[in-house]
Design a protein around this ligand. Sequence first.
Ligand code: AMP
Length: 190
Amino acid sequence: MLNIVLFGPPGAGKGTQSKLMVDEYLLIHLSTGDLLRSEIQADTELGKKAKLLMDAGKLVPDEVVIGMISNKLEANKDAKGFIFDGFPRTKEQAIALDELLKNHNQSISVMISMAVPERELIDRLLERGKESGRPDDQNEEVILGRLNVYKEQTEVVKDYYGAQGKSSEINGLGSIEEVYGRIKNAIKQA
Ligand code: AMP
C-alpha cells in the first residue's frame, strides 16, 4: 500500500495535487477539511460545531478529525492506499494516525511537504475565496490566523515524520504540472 501524507500550509495546493495523484495511483483521497465541509452541508450537529471553529480559522478538536479518519479507514479496507490531505495537523493527530494504521498492519510511506512563500499563500487563498465561497478564504485576518495556527500547531508534524526518516520537502511554486512532477519524484524515491 502507498500511504501518503500531503503536507503544507493552507493554499499550498494540496487539494489540486491530490486529484492528480488519485487518478494516477488509484489512492483514496481523505481530506478532513472536505469531510468537515460535508458535515456542514448536511447540517449535522458535528457540522454546526465545526463551522464556528472553521470560519474563525481555528482547528477542530483532535478527537473529531481522528474519529472521521478512523471511520474512513474502516470503510475502505480494500484500498490501494490513501492520501491524507490536511491531516494530521497536530502531533497528537500524527501519533493517532500511526496507531490507526498499525491496527490495519499499515504505515505511512512518505510525507510530502509543499513549501510556498507566505505572500503567495495569502494571494492564492483570497483568489480561491472569490470562487469557492469559503468564508475562511475571504477574510485576510482569518487567513493570517490560519497561517499562524499552521506555524504554531501544525509545522511540528514535519519533525515528527522527519524523525522517522519519512519527510520529503518539495518546492510548491510553479505550474500544476511542474509541482506534480516533483511529487512523483518524491513518491518514486520513497
Ligand atoms: P482545510 O480544508 O484543510 O483548509 O481545512 C479547513 C478547516 O477545517 C481548518 O481551518 C480547520 O478549522 C478544519 N480542519 C481541517 N482539517 C483539520 C484537522 N486535521 N485538524 C483540525 N482541524 C481541521
